[in-house]
Design a protein. Structure first.
Length: 75
């Protein structure tokens, strides 16, 4: 499933743990937040005043890197 702004923050961080760094780099303290399981990425961007387009680009870059790494790692 591709990464979308409608996905829940908690789901994204659990599926792709490397994305946690992106949240922190954008000063979004979603890690450990009790609302992360209810907020979508779009909600979080709006709450934190973040540019959702730029944030999604950063998230997608990390996800692509992680998925490429998973495809090339030996079983």
């Amino acid at each position: 499933m591709p990464l979308e702004a409608t996905q829940l923050v908690d789901d994204v961080m659990r599926k792709w743990p490397a994305t946690i760094r992106v949240f922190l780099d954008h000063r979004m303290r979603c890690v450990g937040c009790p609302i992360a399981c209810f907020h979508t990425i779009d909600d979080a961007c709006r709450e934190h005043g973040a540019d959702c387009v730029a944030f999604m680009a950063d998230l997608r870059a990390i996800v692509a890197r992680e998925e490429a790494r998973a495809c090339t790692s030996p079983d």
